[in-house]
Design a protein. Sequence first.
Length: 223
Amino acid sequence: MGRGLKIMWGKWIGCSVPTAARERFSVGQRGWAAIADQQGLIGQVGGWDPATGRAHVLALWTDSGAYGRFMDERHDRVLAGTGQGGSYSTIETATGETVLDVTGDTTDLAPALRSATVLRVADCRLLPGREEHFLEVQRDVWAPGMAAAGGMLAGTVTRLGDRRCLVTTLWSGPEAHERYVAGHLPALRARAGLREDLHSMTGHLIPLEPDWRVLPAPAVTVG
């Protein structure tokens, strides 16, 4: 089930990358390892969406203040150092506060971000007045249903502006997600009543690129 909410801040990035620039973009993405020492970073993961060819990145921060300080003080300098600028033709970003934590096989996000190999994303546009019910269904139907399937490590639901919620779950591997789709998803859909809440939904199943993963640097103790 969803556990007690620890307020965090999420960022969702999508980039259209020309085929000829994919390697340059990927090499540049590795350069974001430079922010591993940034205070407030929980983790960053990403990869290529096989269905669209777009690059997607999910970043999680402890709070909006930590994210804001990074953007103000360091983001542009790190971007310049990666040499990634100009490797993508379009970029879309959205940020917001997490409104629900999803418990899976791990107790928190840190080990999930470290070991997951697949990211499942449901980018949901809600009908007016349906957010409360949508979150209730996420907490009471989807979260325990995914946890019961095995292999779902952890996740979050993040509010990205008016009537938009991003549901992100980290999975141990594609096989675990396939078992969930085959054995659990149809019954959960029937219980959830998606049509009551959703205007539209865009789904992504993204194999994570190991070299794009950024995790906080271990604290250094003195003495």
